[in-house]
Design a protein around this ligand. Structure first.
Ligand SMILES: [Zn+2]
Length: 510
């Protein structure tokens, strides 16, 4: 059975206080343990670590130990669980809520991926959760908050109050599908309001549960004097930051790391009346050697068996290597990207197809002569996106291509995979002026000509910076459209063997 190795600062302090006969303590110290997970969307984790069953083991162990000692154990989730994954493509994240209920999170904050299936599906999922979800910086139809979420919670134990509020990145507007009814307020403004309110309501410790980049978290923590701790997510960092007064923790992704912070909280006499002091002991547990909880593992296996049955069928094979590694699909033409874009163009009868490399998620190298299954396709396309058809001018297409290569240095997901067109770009040139040559069906792109374009529904709404598509005339809208994954499956079945490689559709000028 797995047990954490602990340097128990809390116990040591308590003993010291008794031995020295501390005169300043006003009450029994609180033994607060926070177990933190973020960015977990794969039910069984990855590379033999993380996943529901290993997370469950740590949560159980910590609860047993700390609750047994009369402490308060909080299990926090830092956002992003409903998507993307193979199974979520089918059940829209329902299994993740069921597993989370079984783990027993105390409180969670929404991440951008919670909006991948739109706000209505999200609200359905929220109604299935047995723990509170926070979304303090959202407004919905002009009112603060989102139905089914709270802006903050206050948890009391032994006369101590722990206030927690939650916020998620406003970039969700561009990188997911929150819809027009959801408004994102800034972190700074929201934190001033909610942390201030928690303080007014008597919080001894104020925790921000966030889903945002580390730099923004740290800036907020240093700026807002009411916030003591941030537990976060979004950038998949496993990080522990502490300056003697404040702390910030993120626990990687997929539960590969689980954060465990033991905090001795004490109320002492200060010069200006009672004040709170706290002393943390940190552990970012690498879960590789953690024994999976058998009960949870059985649940996970049940879902995996279900998936295998659904998806194990062979639909074709590839005569050449297919590369879907993140660093490839986001920086260069790939055979898999060509296959996908061809499938979209063929299924819709469009002149051209453009899809974002960031939507290809398998991160895998398939050797030549690999048999392909439906499962492979859904692993690559877990978002459940549909193929929308737009009518775009040549100039809009050019603007879209400029956007597509604007973040190639940082391997941004907007990098394109294309069909029906070829182009060259020069990454040494300034953003917005990189495209040097575009041909559609062998002819130079004409600014005023209208082209029929197939793209995914996310990009058609302007996602990943494709604002040039958001105002285009819609020929087939997202609701009427077919799943990209189904089009790709149909395409592979119809050709039988994948034989189109990298053929110069995207040329990089060095
Ligand atoms: Zn995120």
């Amino acid at each position: 059975m797995f047990r954490l190795k602990r340097i128990s600062a809390a116990a040591l302090l308590a003993v010291l206080a008794i031995v020295l006969g501390s005169v300043s303590a006003l009450a029994e110290p609180l033994k607060l343990t926070i177990v933190h997970v973020n960015d977990w969307d794969r039910l069984d984790g990855e590379r033999g670590a993380g996943g529901a069953a290993r997370i469950a083991t740590i949560v159980k162990d910590e609860r047993e130990r700390n609750d047994g000692e009369g402490g308060l154990t909080l299990v926090t989730f830092g956002g992003d669980m409903l998507s993307p994954s193979l199974l979520s493509g089918i059940d829209k994240g329902r299994h993740m809520i069921e597993l989370s209920n079984a783990i027993g999170f105390s409180v969670a904050v929404l991440g951008n991926h919670e909006f991948d299936f739109g706000p209505d599906i999200l609200m359905q999922r929220l109604s299935e959760a047995t723990f509170p979800w926070l979304a303090g910086n959202l407004e919905y139809k002009g009112k603060p908050g989102l139905p089914g979420t709270k802006r903050s919670v206050m948890i009391e134990k032994n006369g101590y109050k722990i206030g927690i509020f939650g916020m998620l990145t406003p970039a969700t507007r561009e990188i997911s599908s929150p819809g027009d009814d959801v408004v994102f307020r800034s972190f700074g403004e929201t934190a001033t309001e909610l942390a201030g309110q928690l303080k007014k309501d008597g919080a001894d410790i104020v925790i921000a549960l966030t889903h945002e980049d580390f730099r923004d978290d740290l800036a907020l923590l240093l700026k807002n004097s009411d916030i003591d701790m941030i537990f976060g997510g979004h950038d998949h960092l496993a990080i522990n930051w502490y300056d003697g007064r404040k702390m910030l923790m993120k626990a990687g992704s997929q539960g590969t790391f689980v954060g465990v912070v033991e905090i001795a909280v004490d109320r002492i006499k200060g010069r200006n009346g009672p004040r709170i002091v706290w002393s943390p002991s940190f552990n970012l547990v690498n879960t590789t050697d953690v024994e999976p909880d058998p009960e949870m593992q059985a649940k996970v296996q049940g879902y995996l068996d279900f998936l295998d049955k659904q998806l194990g069928t062979v639909i074709g094979e590839t005569s050449l290597e297919l590369d879907t590694r993140r660093a490839s699909v986001r920086t260069m033409e790939t055979a898999f990207g060509n296959l996908l874009a061809d499938a979209m163009r063929k299924a819709t009868g469009a002149d051209v197809a453009i899809t974002n490399g960031g939507g290809i998620r398998g991160d895998t190298l398939y050797p030549a002569n690999t048999e392909l299954t439906r499962k492979d396709v859904l692993t690559e396309l877990p978002f459940g996106n549909t193929t929308v058809v737009l009518e775009v001018s040549g100039s809009a297409l050019l603007a879209a291509l400029e956007n597509s290569v604007s973040g190639v240095e940082r391997a941004k997901g907007r990098f394109p995979q294309v069909s029906g067109l070829v182009f060259a770009y020069d990454p040494k040139k300034a953003v917005g002026g990189r495209i040097v040559d575009v041909k559609v069906a062998g002819k130079p792109l004409a600014p005023d000509t209208l082209y029929k374009l197939a793209t995914n529904d996310f990009m058609a709404r302007g996602g990943d910076g494709y604002s040039a598509f958001a105002s285009a005339k819609i020929l087939v809208n997202a609701k009427a459209a077919t799943l990209m994954a189904s089009q790709l499956i149909d395409h592979i079945v119809s050709i039988g063997k994948v034989s189109t490689g990298i053929e110069g559709r995207i040329a990089r000028i060095e």
